[in-house]
Design a binder for this molecule. Sequence first.
Ligand SMILES: NC(=O)c1ccc[n+]([C@@H]2O[C@H](COP(=O)([O-])OP(=O)(O)OC[C@H]3O[C@@H](n4cnc5c(N)ncnc54)[C@H](O)[C@@H]3O)[C@@H](O)[C@H]2O)c1
Ligand SMILES: N[C@H](CO)Cc1c[nH]c[nH+]1
Ligand SMILES: [Zn+2]
Length: 422
Amino acid sequence: MKIERVKSRVSLRRTIESGTEEQRRAVLEIISTVRARGDEALKSYTEKFDGVRLDSLRVTNEEIEAAYQNVSEEALRIIREAAENIRDYHERQKRESWIIAKEDGTMLGQKITPLDAVGLYVPGGTAAYPSSVLMNVIPAQVAGVKRIVITSPPNKNGTLPAGVLVAASELGVKEIYKVGGAQAIAALAYGTETIRPVDKIFGPGNIYVALAKREVFGQVAIDMIAGPSEIVVLADETANVNEIAADLLSQAEHDERASAILVTPSMKLALAVASEVKKQLETLPRKAIAVSALENYGAIYVTETLAEAVEVVNELAPEHLEVMTAEPMQLLGQIRHAGAIFLGRFSSEPVGDYFAGPNHVLPTNGTARFSSGLSVDEFVKKSSIIFYSEPALQRNAGKIAAFARLEGLEAHARAVEERFKK
Ligand SMILES: NC(=O)c1ccc[n+]([C@@H]2O[C@H](COP(=O)([O-])OP(=O)(O)OC[C@H]3O[C@@H](n4cnc5c(N)ncnc54)[C@H](O)[C@@H]3O)[C@@H](O)[C@H]2O)c1
Ligand SMILES: N[C@H](CO)Cc1c[nH]c[nH+]1
Ligand SMILES: [Zn+2]
């Protein structure tokens, strides 16, 4: 890993991928074909891109039962325990509707209503994560969403990964479709004979999925366009070199565009971590991916002081931040921008990816400066409630009408005055 001395003004912000002209055109064509030809379009795109002709798009009970045969008892127990932790954490995010009554009889409030139907896209390939099924479905359930749909591209045998099916089934998700790419997003947004449309689409995917989500935004809501994983470790000379190296690699192995950065005031630690990362890479099954990620998006930044290192972290605004210093709790107040903050040496990043309870869908590309991880809030909407009593309106009618006339909106003014015409 490259070692660089820095003060601040460092950035890991990559440009959000907008795809090539050809990819954008392909996505537009896929969406319009799905709108025109429905299920038949889904089946023919699945044949073309995923190499399998399906008779039926929906996952059957038999497929779910077969999936259970391919997941060990132990894995099942772990999925269940993780799900419990995730549910427990998200239950605390739940907001209640509220209403207040004033002395003059006015009542004001906010009504929380879950979305009716959401769709979760689970990417195919090696990135099919059962943990992401838990992280998206559980907040939806806690919010009270009634209809939760999962879509994912089938493999060549016409099935979905066993772990994904088992995780979905453990949560009671019944509507699962074997459709991937832009065609899946089009089906969720506009509907086909088999797939009824949803109100909001969640989940990551490749460039075709990302472009399709952007294209259908407006017809439906979307969560975010998530970028590749990122980790920043903030450490001082007291931190354990092997543990830092292992944690950096935990995110570098995700994707060739993943980013892993150490920020430290200790040159001694920087040198030791650089050499330990090299050593640990040798035995990693996903070495090629991690090497490429570290070459292009990895770095070790050395600052003069710990305070400067904290400033660099805030500049980076990483998806995941690990604080491995003598007193991690004392730095918490100074950290302004990070999707998730892992404190101390026993809070390794994968603890959050799988098990602790907070969501692992987090803001990337420096967007932690202004946005937050996935939560129950993204699965509800808020309606304001207004009840004005007669005396309350009488007392304020003149002011409201005057405000309306200030904007030149006479009908607004008259609507209020109509109540008190003599
Ligand atoms: N940020 C996260 O949390 C996170 C998590 C998991 C995966 N991911 C990302 O998800 C992606 C997974 O990618 P993937 O490709 O394996 O699976 P995917 O499910 O995203 O895409 C597969 C689909 O892409 C479509 N496709 C492929 N080639 C096409 C072409 N030439 N024209 C039109 N459509 C085409 C096909 O319909 C296919 O079904 C990766 O980019 C990975 O980084 C991100
Ligand atoms: N670290 C990823 C999000 O950045 C989530 C994940 C899923 N499985 C393993 N990790
Ligand atoms: Zn991860």
